[in-house]
Ligand binder design. Structure first.
Ligand SMILES: [Fe+2]
Ligand SMILES: [Fe+2]
Length: 190
């Protein structure tokens, strides 16, 4: 269902499995940032009629954030500072200014972040099944929701301008493929 042009690097899973506590802290911040992103999209005039849908996404992401915080507490892992993601930064930096171009780019970037999360949660749901069943089912439980966010953001962008969205999606998919290949030694989801 997802359109990505580059696979997740092979060493990503190995790196992530080597330090699950760090992954959970990073994941908590990822959900916090996803809630913030949904709220930030409400600043665009072209999305004023989507404010309830965006609030619903923000609420869902905050619920995910709460679930990850609960896992951290259960496992005695302290909540810690966020680490910057070069992949997310690289995508965000490419958002163009302009009334319509900014909102379309921002939605496409949010969709790609949701889509990569969905893809990675699927992998974690599968790969953790034998070593950490609780975490595996947690990741499986998030796949559908993040997949829906991916689709919702793309549909919102296409509703504004379908042809421009497809053009920008094509462009951002190439950027994603380039950025995801950059080595990132840190243990993080993205
Ligand atoms: Fe989420
Ligand atoms: Fe999401």
């Amino acid at each position: 269902m997802l359109l990505f042009r580059a696979p997740i690097p092979e060493n990503w899973l190995e790196r992530v499995l080597s330090d699950l506590p760090a992954v959970l802290v990073d994941h908590a911040h990822l959900e916090r940032k996803a809630a913030t992103s949904a709220l930030n999209l409400e600043k665009y005039r072209l999305l004023f009629d989507r404010v309830h849908e965006l609030n619903a996404i923000a609420i869902e992401e905050l619920q995910h954030f709460e679930l990850v915080l609960k896992l951290l507490e259960e496992r005695g892992i302290p909540f810690a500072e966020p680490q910057p993601s070069p992949w997310i930064k690289g995508l965000m930096r490419a958002i163009r200014p302009g009334v319509q171009s900014q909102v379309i780019d921002h939605l496409v970037v949010c969709a790609l972040i949701e889509g990569r999360s969905c893809e990675k949660f699927q992998i974690l749901g599968r790969e953790l099944a034998s070593r950490d069943p609780q975490l595996a089912s947690f990741y499986q439980s998030l796949v559908e929701s993040e997949g829906n966010h991916y689709a919702t953001y793309l549909l919102m962008a296409r509703h504004i301008d379908a042809a421009e969205t497809d053009r920008r999606l094509d462009w951002f998919l190439d950027l994603d493929a380039e950025l995801i290949r950059q080595p990132n030694p840190k243990v993080m989801l993205h």
